[in-house]
Design a protein around this ligand. Sequence first.
Ligand SMILES: *[C@@H]1O[C@H](CO)[C@@H](O)[C@H](O)[C@H]1NC(C)=O
Length: 550
Amino acid sequence: MHAGPWLVVTTFLLTHVVVANPLRRAPPVVTLDSATVTGTQFGRVNRYLGIPFAQSPVGDLRFRRPEPIAPYTESFSALTYGKACPQQDVQLSLPGILGLADSTTDFLTNTAWGVALPDGEDCLTINVVTPASATPALNLPVIVWIYGGGFQIGSSSLYDGGSVVEKSISMGEPVIFWLRASIRLAFGFLASQEVKDAGVANLGLHDQREALRWVQKYIHNFGGDPTKVTIWGESAGAVSVSMHMVANDGDTEGLYRAAVMQSGTPVPVGDVTKAQVHYNNIVENTGCSGESDTLACLRTLDYEVLKGAVDQTPSITGYNTLVLPWLPRTDGTFIREDGQRLVQQGKIANVPYIVGDCDDEGTLFALILNNLTTTSDVRGYLKDVWIPDATPAELDQILALYPADITKGSPFDTQIFNALTPQFKRVAALLGDAAFQAPRRMFLDHSADTQNTWSFLSKRLKATPFLGSFHASDLLNSFGSGDLAEYIIHFTNALDPNGNGITSWPKYTADTRKLMTFQDQLLQPRIITQDNYRQEAIAFLTAVMLAHPI
Ligand SMILES: *[C@@H]1O[C@H](CO)[C@@H](O)[C@H](O)[C@H]1NC(C)=O
């Protein structure tokens, strides 16, 4: 057989069919070291998915700091997401009585509280989304997105980010590289004396740091500028961003130049050893208790056995809600003190940042606690679960500052409505302030005057039954076509959220305390308000929690 006619046919197809269909192009490729990585193009956006950025944390690397990836030598296709990191057994049940719209339920159970599958330990991958026009010469600003999920669930596959890149292109600031790195969740925040002694605390933060080092090394090949990195997260992702700001006593190591935090700043957590009881339970439930080196024993376990034991520790949708067992804690080396104390001491990266909350941060968590129906139930909960070390006088004062009066609770400004139980709105107000509003205000109090900062409050979706402007509802505004997305894209470019034609967003200073407040569209969509609500109550909560970290 001779190949002549086939060559002619092939040449014909290449020259005619390809030219006849200009949308059909060769898939995009990027060179990493000596490897070629093939992605996909869809419209104006390229995607490179599931690129390993650190050595797989399995076998003896389980419960150890991430090891850098070896230089890439073999070409590969980056067409699909890698595995999600181990997802804790978390179930948010939304009773029919709430009467939520299908779209709200869908958003809550699939994105904000979504469990991503398949999951597994071999999960340290990064996903890069770029404008299709990007070339190394363009040097575009870079966004690194860190997802939320209580350090228990979540995955980069839940947040496509193509919409953000598309929007940046439409704005004429085609600048956004969107990177999403997976981090070990519960497996990455194991905490105990043993963990502290071995220097393997806060591995999830180290995973993120390793991903940021990967960005420094490789993002130029995709067309990004490693000197223009913004780290951006929501909920546990925002807490992570803020912990990077106080890690190393505020030394960024040049890994990022700006930060965006949606519903998350350092929360009052104590030392790594404070989770000892949960660690001991895992050790016991896996048969490792007789061992002299329990960590070494945990490293040898079958994944399913270890996962089963982690699943039995308190989950964010359980009665402990936000009193999470696995989250960034003080380890004495990377996180040298309670994050809030580092903030107080000004040991915080001097970079511009945006930080904001939703108006009704606590409602979803109060929903989980809907069996607290009397004042004494609420008091018991604070005493038994939230702040066991608080004095009786402190508990009395908290309850006085957060009264049972349903018109004062959260969802705020909804008068007598939404009182699922007589205590629901009170608990929602208390939890939302304790975990989100108070830490945010404290963060601003200690840094707004030393660096450029902007703060927001989201009151969108206020009409959601019982939940109001619930935790994570602002995600709908920061992705896709939302105005928060527009501000963040400006900020990523120019280190200032203000840009053409959109309501001017004044800086936050300790003196002026201006908030960009997003409201529902039937009201004015954006107004500037003061960050002075519940002043006395929030100040008191801050003081009590700082004295008694979880
Ligand atoms: C509420 O339920 C939890 C278990 O889900 C239980 O431990 C707690 O005692 C209950 N509280 C009240 C006040 O019934």
